[in-house]
Design a protein around this ligand. Sequence first.
Ligand code: HEC
Ligand code: HEC
Ligand code: HEC
Ligand code: HEC
Length: 150
Amino acid sequence: MKKKLFLLASALFFVSFFISASLFADSTVEDVIKMENKAYTEHKKSTCEFQHKKHAEERDLKCGICHHDDKGEPLELKMGDDVQNCIACHNKPGEKPKGKDAPKLTPAQKLEYHAEAMHKKCKKCHKTYNKKNNTKAAPTTCKGCHPKAG
Ligand code: HEC
Ligand code: HEC
Ligand code: HEC
Ligand code: HEC
């Protein structure tokens, strides 16, 4: 009996350890992020792979170009700081509703949709960059970021 209790206690300990680890592990970021978010129950497109390290370090983009606070003001960050995922605030999965019955949204309401916020942030810079450098290296087509059909 004692042994069983011990096993149960240690199992609980490990479970809580992993839960808290996943809650508080916000300070690490993978070099390449597969942008899968649990809020999505379905995907129309293949998941975008985002070269975080390449963007943040090799391209030397300031963290605050992409990361901002709850008022949209750029954050001053360094690697190791706690950072909220975009979906914490842009928390509606997918793109805004489309079609003739779709409600009219204000720009702020549109930004609540995760994919709208991503598209705005990612494509704007890519377009400017391509134009300035006379290239197509920064992807602006669907396939460029969602390589597989579907
Ligand atoms: C070009 C845009 C961009 C730049 C520049 C950028 N990031 Fe990010 N970062 C992102 C995106 C997008 C995500 C979220 C990806 C996802 O949905 O999982 C992210 C995620 C993170 C995360 C993980 C958050 C989590 O989900 O737990 C950390 C930590 C982070 N970034 C830190 C930084 C730091 C520090 C810098 C500057 C040195 C930086 N980032 C620069 C776009 C950027
Ligand atoms: C703490 C909450 C919060 C987080 C986390 C957050 N945002 Fe925002 N975001 C906002 C708010 C608030 C605004 C301003 C909305 C407005 O102006 O109406 C905004 C505005 C934006 C805009 C429109 C303005 C612009 O910069 O073009 C984009 C695009 C955007 N966010 C993308 C992102 C991306 C990408 C991430 C993750 C790297 C992210 N947001 C993380 C709250 C957040
Ligand atoms: C401030 C500018 C900027 C922002 C914001 C930005 N990118 Fe980029 N991105 C670039 C540049 C510059 C390139 C590379 C062009 C080249 O190779 O010459 C690039 C290239 C890419 C590529 C091609 C693979 C690679 O990394 O070389 C992908 C995919 C990509 N970006 C995805 C994203 C996504 C997803 C976001 C939004 C979360 C994003 N980018 C936001 C500047 C930006
Ligand atoms: C610069 C990169 C980039 C380009 C270009 C881009 N997307 Fe996205 N898209 C993203 C990111 C990042 C997300 C959020 C993470 C994810 O779901 O992959 C996203 C999410 C989505 C979603 C919601 C998730 C899903 O799979 O249902 C849809 C739908 C979508 N994009 C459609 C499109 C279409 C259509 C185009 C072309 C008109 C396009 N995207 C072009 C980066 C891009």
